[in-house]
Design a protein around this ligand. Structure first.
Ligand code: TMP
Ligand code: ASP
Length: 237
């Protein structure tokens, strides 16, 4: 039996504990929410539960679709068991529709469908505010090897296709999302979470926002949006 051991890390949205198996981490999803590099702080009631359940469901789906990832099993409402990845300090952002920082930076109106799926890398660093970087920066800083980056890019595009299709079944448009990858026994694996904290999701018919932008932009009904995403993915809409 796997048992929970000492806490290794506490992030903005999750706590990571070790277990009696060195290859496994015990992850607990929190209700705490931050935005704009910690400038805005709050809690979203039930978020830990919804994000844990949504992530488990989507990681399981991706495994069925032959996309390997760190998910092992659910441990409870807010907890899951994952493989103990050494996280590569990159945020891999995938965009199919313009929104957020892309709209702001390039002046593309929110909601414009992009002619090509856009992939961006940001350097995970709270002190620097997660700056966008390119493949030369990644090589210069030795954050990942060119082989690892090639694999991450290939997987990110595949994940985009598979996740977009899965969300569409729930009448949701996957606008953009963020992924993190890590190393496990010489392999690069998808890690972290896949939830309304890390994706922009709009209702297909009304384009109502059903993700963390409701918290970032003070739109209200934040908990309800997370609950709705889970219900729809479970087929309850
Ligand atoms: P952005 O438009 O603010 O750059 O965000 C792009 C996507 O990445 C969006 O789905 C939200 C997600 N994201 C995170 O998961 N964590 C972050 O720290 C940021 C800035 C964005
Ligand atoms: N989670 C990030 C932060 O705390 C940013 C965001 O998701 O908007 O800054």
């Amino acid at each position: 039996m796997v048992t929970k051991q000492e806490q290794l890390y506490e992030g903005k949205a999750k706590k990571i504990n070790g277990t009696n198996d060195p290859g496994l981490y015990w992850v607990e999803y929190k209700d705490d929410a931050t935005a704009f590099n910690n400038l805005k702080k709050g809690t979203i009631a039930g978020k830990g539960y919804y994000n844990n359940q949504i992530s488990a469901l989507l990681f399981s789906y991706l495994k069925e679709q032959s996309i390997p990832n760190h998910f092992v099993k659910l441990l409870g409402d807010r907890e899951m068991l994952v493989q103990a990845l050494e996280i590569i300090p990159l945020e891999v952002i995938v965009r199919n529709i313009a929104a957020g920082s892309l709209s702001k930076r390039l002046g593309i109106p929110e909601g414009t469908t992009l002619k090509k799926t856009v992939l961006e890398f940001c350097y995970k660093s709270d002190e620097l505010g997660d700056p966008m970087i390119n493949e030369d920066h990644i090589a210069a800083l030795e954050l990942a090897t060119p082989q690892e980056i090639a694999l991450i890019k290939e997987q990110a595009y595949q994940i985009s296709e598979k996740l977009s299709a899965r969300y569409l079944e729930a009448n949701l448009i996957l606008v953009d999302f963020k992924l993190e990858f890590g190393r496990y026994q010489g392999q690069v694996l998808l890690g972290d979470e896949i939830s309304p904290d890390t994706c922009r999701l709009w209702d297909k018919d009304t384009r109502k926002k059903l993700d963390k932008d409701r918290f970032r932009q003070d739109l209200g009904q934040v908990e309800e949006a997370y609950a709705e995403v889970l219900a729809r993915l479970r087929g309850g809409n």
